[in-house]
Design a protein around this ligand. Structure first.
Ligand SMILES: O=C(O)CCC(=O)C(=O)O
Length: 196
């Protein structure tokens, strides 16, 4: 596996990108299965008193429930083809995970707004491995203090690992795109250490 240039953050955390963690052909087959077989949900948020659709579909599989962005994800049991992707994520991250949040970006109108993965259930300084399949999308990390940015294009088969103090000091997002962008599935493997 090729890791892109060591730690990609200048300070206050560690981010590594394994560009070819999943082979291109395997990745395409896995993507088709995930699109067809995962329990994709449209979640809703309350924003200033209004009910707003989360701009992507999501699914949560794991040993425990998970509260994310104010939404309670009931645990769904691990099922095919998740274990092979979990093995890859664990090999990249060097740690075991017990849950995965899947995001399905249907096209360029789907996105994820600025946030960090700093829920209490993940403990202090969580390691998160994020596998991307399908269309390339631009992932931006922004430092909470001085606004410094690190821009990464996450392509098919890549695995991004965020570790150390990354979630404490940096937020991340994927903006909407006006370009024609195909489907992308992202799997963020997490380790729930405590139930909230
Ligand atoms: O789609 C991605 O690469 C990022 C997903 C993400 O930020 C999250 O699930 O917390």
């Amino acid at each position: 596996m090729r890791v892109l240039a060591g730690n990609l953050l200048p300070r206050d955390g560690a981010v590594y990108l394994f560009e070819d963690a999943v082979g291109a052909r395997d990745g395409t087959l896995l993507l088709e299965r995930l699109l067809a077989e995962m329990d994709w949900r449209q979640e809703w948020l309350q924003v200033m008193g209004k009910r707003v659709a989360v701009p992507r579909l999501t699914a949560w599989y794991g040993d425990k429930g998970y509260r994310y962005s104010g939404i309670d994800h009931r645990p769904r049991r691990w099922c095919e083809p998740l274990p092979v992707l979990k093995d890859i994520a664990e090999a990249c991250a060097g740690q075991v995970f017990n849950g995965v949040l899947l995001n399905f970006y249907r096209d360029g109108r789907d996105s994820v707004s600025w946030h960090s993965d700093n829920e209490a259930e993940l403990g202090r300084h969580p390691v998160i491995a994020s596998v991307s399949l399908g269309a390339t999308r631009r992932f931006v990390l922004k430092h909470r203090g001085d606004g410094a940015r690190v821009v990464l294009d996450l392509g098919h088969g890549g695995c991004l690992v965020m570790a150390g103090a990354t979630q404490e000091h940096w937020v991340h997002s994927i903006a909407k795109s006006r370009r024609a962008v195909g489907a992308r599935v992202n799997l963020t493997f997490r380790k729930i250490v405590a139930t909230a």
